[in-house]
Design a protein around this ligand. Structure first.
Ligand code: ADE
Ligand code: ZN
Length: 326
């Protein structure tokens, strides 16, 4: 319909997408064949059936298994390029892309292989699609801080290719404070900082992400509404939240999209953005997330405009670039 066409066409930034989460089943199987890797699923259909998640961990188990097919520079390039081509169809003009190097280095795929493939596709996306992007290195919070420090040190030679650091993976039981030292070092090296917090974890994890890690943006953050003082602070400081509605439903943070708190968050004056998280696993890219919210939550055209503007405001683009998009 008309609002859907408007949604597809409006220029937008995507600030919360994991490159490993854009691995479509078809590409997973074709890379498995190319690299001679056996997958535990018979085919695309059986794999899609396995995408029946009941929480964050049940998704992560499959997501890390799927990433095994990524072996060579060309694999990371193909994955990233496919994402950019798909994003172009939703008129995404700027992307801040997450990657999880520890997922790959722990299976002996060198950091350099991973980042070289991703970076190559970023360069081509800017040249051929006009999409700018920044790459954000995420530490896996279920692993040790020592392992995170190793990832940060592996990244140092590639500093010019990196636009920030983040924190993802299993939230419950892995508070931001576990990673104080590595984020201290990252901020010392002038990395912008983001962190997943308040997806499954409590509001206290959002506070820690801000106060202990120095996060400038909170990924998800939807549980902030349980803490009024925190909401007031997030609103006052205009800390962006990168909300991922279809992800939240798939991982059962909310039972149904109609119960999602996106509009309450907006109503409290928060700087909210809509993003896809792991679109190949959660049944929709960024345009699908906007469209599903418009349908289930009754977003108006003005809401859509506000959300799309927020996506540039909340980005790590410089002020001139922001103005160009706004
Ligand atoms: N890694 C990929 N997607 C994630 C999510 N939604 N939460 C935490 N870690 C993730
Ligand atoms: Zn995420």
């Amino acid at each position: 319909d008309r609002l859907e066409t408007f949604i597809r066409g409006i220029p937008k930034a995507e600030l919360h997408v994991h490159i490993e989460g854009t691995l479509e089943p078809e590409l997973m199987f074709s890379l498995a064949r190319r690299n001679g890797i056996a997958l535990p699923w018979m085919g695309v259909e059986e794999l899609r059936k396995a995408y029946d998640f009941h929480n964050l961990q049940s998704f992560l188990d499959i997501y890390y298994q799927g990433a095994d097919v990524l072996q060579h520079v060309q694999d990371f390039y193909d994955l990233t390029w496919a994402y950019f081509e798909r994003a172009a169809r939703d008129n995404v003009r700027h992307v801040e892309l997450f990657f999880d190097p520890q997922t790959h280095t722990r299976r002996d795929v060198p950091f350099e292989t991973v980042i070289t493939g991703i970076h190559g596709a970023q360069v081509d996306a800017e040249k051929r699609l006009g999409i700018t992007s920044k790459l954000i290195l995420c530490f896996l919070r279920h692993l040790s801080e020592e392992s995170a420090l190793e990832a940060l040190h592996a990244a140092v030679p590639f500093r010019p290719w990196l636009g920030g650091v983040g924190l993802d993976s299993s939230e419950s039981g892995n508070p931001p404070s576990k990673f104080k030292a590595v984020f201290d070092e990252a901020r010392e090296a002038q990395f912008p900082v983001v962190a997943h917090a308040g997806e499954e974890g409590p509001p206290a994890y959002i506070r820690e992400a801000l106060d202990v890690l120095g996060a400038q943006r909170i990924d998800h953050g939807v549980r902030c509404l349980e803490d009024d003082a925190l909401v007031e602070r997030l609103a006052r400081e205009q800390v962006p939240l990168t909300v991922c509605p279809l992800s939240n439903v798939k991982l059962r943070v909310f039972p149904h999209l109609a119960q999602h708190n996106l509009k309450q968050l907006m109503g409290r004056g928060l700087l909210v953005t809509i993003n896809s998280d792991d679109p190949a696993y959660f049944g929709g890219y960024i345009g699908d997330n906007y469209t599903a919210c418009a349908r289930e939550l009754g977003l108006s055209q003005d809401d859509v405009v506000a959300l799309a503007k927020n996506s540039f405001t909340a980005s790590f683009l410089g002020e001139d670039d922001k103005r160009r998009h706004l």
